[in-house]
Write a protein that binds this ligand. Sequence first.
Ligand SMILES: Cc1cc2nc3c(=O)[nH]c(=O)nc-3n(C[C@H](O)[C@H](O)[C@H](O)COP(=O)(O)OP(=O)(O)OC[C@H]3O[C@@H](n4cnc5c(N)ncnc54)[C@H](O)[C@@H]3O)c2cc1C
Length: 419
Amino acid sequence: MNFDIVIIGGGAAGLAAALQCKDKKVSALLIERDQSLGGILNQCIHNGFGLEVFDEELTGPEYAARYSHSFLNSSLDYMLDTTVVDIIKNEHFIIKAMNTKNGLFDIHAKAVILSSGCYERTRGAIHIPGERPMGIMPAGSAQRYLNIDGYMVGKRIFILGSGDIGLIMARRMTLEGAKVLGVAEIMPYSNGLTRNIVQCLNDFDIPLYLSHTITNIEGHHKLKAITIQKVDSLYQPIEGTEKRFVVDTLLLSVGLIPDVQMFDSLKFHMSPTTKSALVNQHYETSIEGLFVCGNALHVHDLVDYVTIESARAGLCAVQYIKDKNKPSKNEQFVNINENIRYVVPQKIDFNRLDDQIEFLFRSTLKAERALIKVMQGNQVIKEKKVKYVAPAEMEKISVSKNEFINHEPITMILEVLQI
Ligand SMILES: Cc1cc2nc3c(=O)[nH]c(=O)nc-3n(C[C@H](O)[C@H](O)[C@H](O)COP(=O)(O)OP(=O)(O)OC[C@H]3O[C@@H](n4cnc5c(N)ncnc54)[C@H](O)[C@@H]3O)c2cc1C
C-alpha cells in the first residue's frame, strides 16, 4: 500500500489534519487503533467543547461527531482497529501497522502526521509510598470505564492532582452517587482550568488541598485508606499535618505525556519540556516529511486549539507533498524567558514564512496581569497585555509575516505586571 500522507490517530487532531487532504489531489490514509473515530472526545461527555471553533458549547462526542461526519463523507481512506507499531524512514516512510484481519503489514508514505494523542502518568511515575492494593487508577481510565463501558469504579473516592481530568472526574463521580472526599495538589495552585475548579469542585463542595500530597497508602488487596500531608516550599511533607481518609478508590490526575515514544526509532529532535518533537511553524520535525500535532505534540486544555493547530499541520503536509513546502536550512530557535515554560513552535523557518505564525505557550507562574512581548534583538515586534496567566491555561500570540524585521532569532518574554 502506498499513500502520499499517512495520519496516525483519529482523534480531534488526526481528523482535522486529514480533512485538509480532501479534494487536494493527494492520497491519504488515516489509521486509528480504536473501533471508532474521535479519540479522547468520545469519553468526555461533559460540555465545554467548541467555544472557539463553533462559538457553541458542545459535549466531547458532539464535537467529535462534527469532524467524523465530515471525514466519513469525504473519500479519504481510513482503517479502524489498526495500531501503528513502528515507523522507519528510508527514502520514504515505512509504517508498520497491525490488526486482527491482516496481521502485521507495511504501508509506504511520503509524509506522516503523528496525531496519536497523549497518555496518563501512573502511580509508578510519581513514586507514592505505601502498599500496592487495587483501587488506584489514572482518572482518564476511570472516565473511560464509566462513560464508555458503564462501570462505576468506586464509592468513596480521593483524587491526587488537580489536572482537568481529575476535576471533571470529581464532579462526574459525585453525580453518579459516589462520595468524593477531596483533591490534593502538591503545587500551591491548581493545574486545571479555573472554570473546572469552580464548576467541578466549588459547586459540589469538594475540598481542594493545595500544597498537599499523599504520603501513605493502606490496603493489602483492596485500597482502604490514604494519608495526605501539607508540603513546604521544597515539596517536603510537614510533620503533624497528616489527614487520613478512608477510601476505596484513588484517582490520579498527575499529568499527561505526548504519546510519541513508540516511534523512537525515528530519532527526531525532542523537547525535554513538552516530551515530544521540536517543530517549526509548519509542525514539521527534524525529519523531513514528519509532522506532529495535537496532544501528541504538546498537551492542550482546549480541543479548539488542537483542531486549529492540526488543520494547519495537515495543510503543511499537503503543501510538502505538492513540493511547495520543502524545508530550508534557515531555521532559528525561539528563545523564552524564565516565566515561560515552553512555546510551540520552537523553531522558525524564515525562508518559508506564512502570513501569520501562531505561538502557543504556557507560563511558569500565576499572575493577574501580564505583558507578552515578542522581540528580535532589542526591538519589540509584537506585544499583548493579558488579564490572567496561569500554568494550566495556554496562552497564544500571533505574529504576521511583515512584523518580523529580519531573520534573526526571536525571543518571547512574559513580564508580570500584577501578581
Ligand atoms: C478528561 C478531559 C477533559 C477535557 N475537557 C475539555 C473541555 O471541556 N473542553 C475542551 O475544549 N477540551 C477538553 N479536553 C481536551 C481535548 O479534548 C483534547 O486535547 C483533544 O481532544 C485531543 O485530541 P488529539 O487528537 O490530540 O488526541 P486523542 O483524542 O487522544 O486522539 C489520539 C488518537 O490516536 C489514536 N492512537 C494512538 N496511538 C496510535 C497508534 N499507534 N496507532 C493508531 N492509532 C493510535 C488513539 O486511539 C486516539 O484515538 C479534555 C481532555 C480530557 C482528557
